[in-house]
Design a protein around this ligand. Structure first.
Ligand SMILES: *Cc1c(COP(=O)(O)O)cnc(C)c1O
Length: 370
């Protein structure tokens, strides 16, 4: 057997590169305690009510879940005050991204449009299906040039992807800019949907000024994606959802693998939605930690991008090497993220941790930069 047996898109594919896992680093560096600040996970762990729900339902895991996740859909519709027939759920936002592309784009005919750099899953899932990717660069300060983005849209485009706040920069455009872009798109390219990935939007200082969903400013051509992986603390269970035009929701439930959201993920998601104390504390810890890390890295001479998310993008003072910094931190058991995959070889990204983790990270950075 050789590579000839594979489709040519698969041979040419660069896989998504996840942040290093705790096990990998524990083995390699033989560290007792590992601090992971690489994948923007929740610094407080799993919501207590969700952990309890997982334990309570463990004995039911031999059953198939109910098809279509109706209880979760109902709870999410209530949470966002939108009709139930506009909610879709998936095995992480990742599954929703993949299915949106496959439901709307004909291979070798249609295209998706995004900024460069962007969340790498958008182009990866498009390329698997032989769908073209058109992109325009972010500005030097990582802000969005919407005119340039619109310039990449044409009659072949079926999806435009925006991440607000953006990963890896933390930049978040004003709602009015996003809304104006959606209106122009609807007028000029009515067959092209705007997908707004709001994975981090609840970490914004003022969510209502940045979320189309929260502001009830959705248009007939907009999709808003959310996830349970970040502020809801359930990344390992894989649960995401989106609010979409009705016709798309109907198609999604027909096209999705029947049981991709598993029984424990659904129960945990329902419980996480109800755990208000956990979420309030998460948002408080992240906003405070973001400020502390940003102020201290700046004091050490780093250039830190303003961020509305639960991570910070920064570059080192001149004379310091990103990879050396990354491996020095690794040797102390602290995992952050290099950004070669995003074409940002001179930047690092750190996820906001809890108070003790932030302190350890800042001490290690101070040591390294001295
Ligand atoms: C973390 C993240 C998500 C969430 O993905 P899941 O599959 O729900 O874990 C979505 N979009 C972006 C840009 C992210 O960084």
């Amino acid at each position: 057997m050789d590579q000839e047996i594979l489709r040519k898109n698969i041979v040419a594919l660069d896989a998504y590169t996840p942040g290093l896992s705790i096990d990998e680093i524990r083995q390699k560096y033989n560290c007792a305690s590992i601090i992971k600040m690489a994948s923007n996970e929740n610094p407080l762990g799993v919501p207590p009510l969700a952990a309890e729900a997982i334990r309570r339902h463990a004995e039911e895991a031999f059953r198939y879940p109910r098809g279509g996740n109706p209880r979760l859909v109902k709870a999410l519709a209530r949470h966002h005050d939108v009709p139930e027939n506009t909610i879709i759920c998936g095995n992480g936002s990742d599954e929703i991204i993949d299915l949106l592309i496959r439901m709307l784009c004909e291979p070798r005919e249609h295209a998706i449009v995004c900024f460069n750099p962007c969340f790498s899953l958008y182009p990866i899932q498009a390329r698997i299906s032989d769908i073209a990717v058109e992109s325009t660069p972010l500005r030097d300060d990582f802000s969005f040039d919407f005119d340039a983005l619109l310039g990449k849209v044409d009659a072949r485009s079926r999806l435009v992807f925006l991440t607000t706040p953006d990963n890896p920069s933390g930049y978040c455009p004003p709602l009015s800019d996003v809304r104006a872009f959606a209106e122009t798109l609807l007028e000029r390219f009515p067959r092209c949907l705007l997908v707004i990935d709001e994975a981090y939007v609840d970490f914004c200082e003022h969510e209502e000024e940045h979320s189309l969903l929260r502001a009830k400013a959705m248009l007939p051509n907009t999709v808003c994606m959310r996830t349970f992986s970040k502020s809801f603390g359930l990344a390992g269970l894989r649960l995401g959802y989106a609010v979409v035009p009705e016709i798309l929701a109907d198609a999604y439930w027909r096209a999705r693998l029947p049981f991709s959201v598993n029984l424990l993920a659904e129960e945990a998601g329902l419980a996480a939605l109800a755990d208000h104390a956990f979420r309030d504390e998460t948002l408080r810890v992240v906003k405070e930690g973001r400020k502390t890390i940003s102020e201290n890295l700046t004091r050490m001479g780093c250039t830190v991008m303003p961020s509305e998310a639960n991570f910070l993008l920064f570059s080192l003072p001149s004379g310091h090497d990103v990879n050396e910094c990354f491996t020095t931190l690794l040797s102390k058991g602290i995992i952050i993220r290099t950004l070669k995959g995003y074409n940002l070889p001179n930047h690092l990204r750190v996820s906001v941790g809890n108070e003790a983790e932030n302190k350890a990270f800042l001490a290690a950075m101070d040591d390294y930069l001295r």
